[in-house]
Design a protein around this ligand. Sequence first.
Ligand code: PNS
Length: 176
Amino acid sequence: MKKVTAIYPGSFDPPTNGHLDLIQRGSNIFDELVVAILRNPDKDPLFSVNERRNMLEELTHDFKNVRVDTFDGLTVDYAARVKAHAVLRGIRALSDYEYELQMALMNRKLAPELETVFMMPAEQYSYVSSRLVREVAHLGGRITELVPELVERKLREKLDPAIKLQNVRKVKAGKR
Ligand code: PNS
């Protein structure tokens, strides 16, 4: 029987519980799921591509049919390179639909054989986005339950100047 591979492309800056929920759902229906982080030089990301990759690898460690990769250029070209049959994207609310529909149709124009599959994350994550998580974390708000514990810790390390300074000192002292 044909093995169905899907890619789940995105920025993942940072990965949220909504992303993880979708990865879990995707891994249940596809034989192989590749979480593909866009290396986008135009954006000024909070986490480097490597930091995001490391976080996602740790978070998806238990899903045996999920792997993490990075890409640049067109999503459809990347999909062809890894021989994917589908692109997985999450739709949280109606507001996501217009952009996602536009992207899916453009991707279909570029690569008619590639299907886009939309899945809905659990309703408790329907308002969670990486952008809002970054903003709330920046301003000192609580992001527990919105992101995995690992991401919460990394965000705190990144945004808390005192912790940042401690880490720099540890690196200098060769403790990390
Ligand atoms: O997590 P995001 O930022 O919503 O993901 C957007 C992403 C990475 C899926 C989209 O920007 C993308 O596919 N970029 C790659 C360039 C490309 O293929 N552009 C045409 C899309 S129709």
